[in-house]
Design a protein around this ligand. Structure first.
Ligand SMILES: NC(=O)c1ccc[n+]([C@@H]2O[C@H](COP(=O)([O-])OP(=O)(O)OC[C@H]3O[C@@H](n4cnc5c(N)ncnc54)[C@H](O)[C@@H]3O)[C@@H](O)[C@H]2O)c1
Length: 393
């Protein structure tokens, strides 16, 4: 699709600060787009006014999600009118009439889909990974700067920040109770990649590679929790088990399914990622372990447990804190995955829009999470540590 930055909106489309009702356009209404529908339907003073996707079954799935729980939505001042449907982002922008766009199209399309939306001036939530390469991310950041307008919020969708146990772990990190943070280990042991529309996620050229596509979430958490910048990445990984016998147009998938990644940070902190995508027979999809010179905190994401131990309390002493999703509406918990984190991310983004504040998760955060994944892939390819400067220039 050719980008068309000069396209004019037929009716006002823009980044109004503090509008009474926020009007949303969803671009890409596959699995993640539908999760966004459920999240948005549970927010007050929110309308979904447009759906944009060339794939009719995806549009139908989003429409079905919108008309579900109609009574509850009406009670929250959620518009009940049917959203307009578009097959491409340019006709959506030309029609206008929306304040916020959510981009949930395949990774390799983000660069070209986002550019005209930045020129249109609307608030934007762009699903992770921001793009498939650091270079593409930098290009979008440059366009964001040239199109910047006061009050516009441009947000990278990295909603693992908003999982309840992870938020609690972050609170402990920030409180200082763990002392000076030294090591952060993240384990994700999970099921293989799901089937996507057109099987786009079977090839690294579409996704950026597993360590970009999937693991940008974890690289983002490393920077967020350690409040430090990565300097060097060393990784080992391969495609050993999954998708080996699948074929798409005669091509076998080339996506890595397990890896260890070590990241050195500027302040001397170390972080690691242990990824396995044939490990669904497990209790916790993610286990985060953060150790400072005074103590240790762990977040067990599926169980919702945070475990904290302080060295002054003695060996093998740690207390469990159970996190809850009481803040998340029941409808979101029933329909969405990601433990309500997408909903919390929308709440935070709407607050930023209404209060005229900048994004909590910026395009720069999106760039760094992609660049760390790209460095990890390059490390596997070349068999040596990769300095972040080699990827960031
Ligand atoms: N935050 C998370 O944890 C999370 C989880 C899953 C997916 N995602 C991200 O969300 C995005 C979508 O993933 P998905 O799982 O929903 O994939 P999907 O294949 O289920 O849906 C993608 C949809 O985008 C549509 N599409 C393709 N090109 C388009 C274009 N140019 N304009 C409009 N629509 C277009 C497709 O027809 C399809 O319906 C990806 O970037 C993915 O990485 C994020």
């Amino acid at each position: 699709m050719a980008s068309n930055p000069t396209v004019a909106a037929a009716e006002p489309t823009g980044a109004a600060t503090n509008p009474a009702v926020l009007r949303y356009a969803l671009i890409g209404t596959g699995m993640m787009g539908v999760e966004h529908v459920h999240a948005l339907r549970s927010l007050p003073d929110t309308e979904i006014v447009a759906l944009c996707d060339p794939h009719a079954p995806s549009i139908a799935a989003a429409q079905a999600a919108i008309v579900s729980n109609e009574a509850g939505a009406a009670a929250r001042n959620f518009a009940t009118t049917a959203p307009r449907v578009f097959a491409d982002v340019h006709s959506l922008i030309a029609a206008g009439g929306f304040d916020v766009a959510v981009v949930a199209t395949p990774n390799f399309t983000h660069r070209e889909v986002v550019e005209p939306l930045l020129h249109a001036g609307v608030h934007l939530l762009i699903e992770k990974p921001l793009c498939i390469t650091a270079q593409q991310c930098r290009e979008l950041i440059a366009i964001e700067h040239t199109t910047a307008r006061s009050g516009r919020v441009v947000w990278t969708g990295l909603e693992y920040r908003y999982m309840a146990p992870t938020m609690r772990l972050l609170e402990h990190a920030r409180s200082g109770v763990l002392g000076r943070l030294r090591m952060f280990a993240i384990r994700e042991h999970r099921f293989p990649f799901l089937v996507k529309v057109g099987d786009w996620n079977r090839f690294s050229s579409n996704t950026g590679g597993t360590l970009v596509e999937k693991c940008c979430h974890f690289f983002d958490l490393m920077r967020l929790v350690l409040r430090s910048e990565p300097v060097r990445v060393f990784a080992s990984g391969a495609q050993d088990v999954n998708h080996l016998h699948e074929s798409y147009g005669g091509r076998r998938p080339d996506i890595l399914d397990n890896a260890f990644v070590i990241v050195d940070f500027a302040g001397g902190e170390r972080a690691s990622l242990d990824l396995c995508m044939f490990a669904e027979a497990t209790r916790n999809e993610q286990e985060l372990s953060l150790v400072g010179d005074l103590g240790k905190a762990e977040a067990l994401v599926t169980e919702g447990i945070v475990r904290v131990g302080l060295r002054k309390d003695g060996w093998f002493q740690a207390r469990d804190e159970v996190t809850h999703a009481d803040d998340v509406p029941t409808a979101v918990r029933q329909h969405g995955s990601h433990h309500g984190s997408s909903w919390r991310e929308h709440v935070a983004m709407q607050r930023a829009i209404r209060e005229g504040r900048s994004a909590e998760v910026s395009l720069h955060d999106g760039l760094m999470s992609v660049a760390m994944g790209e460095a990890a892939h390059r490390s596997i390819e070349l068999g040596r540590p990769i300095a972040m400067s080699e990827v960031l220039g």
